[in-house]
Design a protein. Structure first.
Length: 321
């Protein structure tokens, strides 16, 4: 039974997250004997080498490729749940435990999505080590692949009028990246707008993958709704839309990334399962049993030219005074 439940947990992570299913994980982190960090280091090309012409009896002007050492961290995340043995016995042990496991899996999956986009690694303070990792929003800030949209899609009429201009803008953004991205990540409202634009231009397609999910694509690139994240008090979109006002549109973004070990990928611990479950043991004494779901993972962007963001996309109209 434990093995069966474990497999279900792993399958649910993949079934309900296109990103986790597509993402390659480099499982090479090894804390070592007595180690306490989960740091992943890599070398990033900072400035490429150049070539030039020289004249007879003159040397080339020296120019070297420059590289820099980067680090990121895997983090430990998940959660626990408690099941009263009476509830477990009267509702069916597997049913109640499976329900709690699935809800905890959803929370962990949504939290991972949140960190992939909005994570910011702490650099000081108590317990800052491995507190989180930098997400795409932080990693892309200040790069040439941070592009601001100039097209208005805030109403259906404007989608009709501007869909060609927006797709031209999106294609220009995609072409600015190094290679065709593996996935376009956005919120549901933006996905609805992009779907409408792609349909009008004939670049929309959908198919079912091996898990039975409907995968929508723009010009062959999967479009993913990154979903919502519950922070304990409220539920918000992982890729947020700013609030519209009398002076501002509601604006959002589309994140693009090439997935691979030389681009954007996951990191995890060497020699260990990335996802673990700890099931309540109903045969032991104690009225309340505890179960847990835990994941050890992070992300790394090795080439900043293989990820980008098209931000400031106007999808909600300004409010009337």
């Amino acid at each position: 039974m434990a093995d069966k439940v474990n497999q279900t947990v792993i399958d649910t992570f993949r079934r309900e997250s296109l990103l986790l299913d597509m993402l390659t994980f480099d499982d090479t982190i090894s804390p070592g004997t007595g180690g306490s960090t989960l740091t992943y280091g890599y070398i990033q090309l900072l400035t490429p080498s150049t070539a030039a012409v020289r004249t007879i009896n003159n040397e080339y002007t020296a120019g070297e490729a420059k590289r820099t050492k980067k680090t990121t961290d895997a983090i430990i995340f998940g959660g626990s749940f408690k099941v009263d043995r009476v509830i477990a016995d009267t509702s069916g042990a597997v049913d109640e435990i499976t329900f709690q496991l699935n809800e905890k899996i959803k929370a962990a999956r949504n939290y991972f999505h949140e960190l992939v986009i909005n994570g910011q690694k702490a650099t000081s303070g108590t317990g800052y080590i491995n507190s989180t990792f930098d997400g795409l929003k932080k990693l892309i800030t200040g790069t040439s692949n941070e592009i601001t949209s100039a097209v208005d899609l805030s109403t259906s009429a404007l989608v009709d009028a501007n869909y060609n201009a927006f797709l031209d803008e999106l294609d220009g953004f995609i072409s600015a990246l190094e290679g065709k991205p593996s996935v376009l990540m956005m919120n549901n409202k933006m996905l609805t707008k992009l779907r409408a634009c792609a349909r009008r231009a004939g670049y929309y397609a959908s198919s079912r993958d091996e898990f039975g999910r409907t995968v929508e694509t723009y010009n062959g690139i999967p479009m993913m709704d990154m979903g919502k994240y519950y922070d304990g008090t409220k539920t918000v979109d992982v890729v947020e839309t700013s609030a519209a006002s009398t002076s501002a549109y509601g604006e959002t973004a589309i994140y693009a990334a090439t997935l691979g070990l030389d681009a954007f990928h996951g990191i995890s611990v060497d020699g260990s399962k990335m996802i673990k479950t700890y099931l309540p043991n109903l045969s032991e004494p104690g009225a309340v049993k505890t179960g847990e779901v835990e994941m050890i993972a992070g992300v790394a962007l090795k080439n900043t030219n293989k990820a980008g963001v098209l931000k400031g996309i106007k999808i909600d109209p300004r409010t009337s005074g």
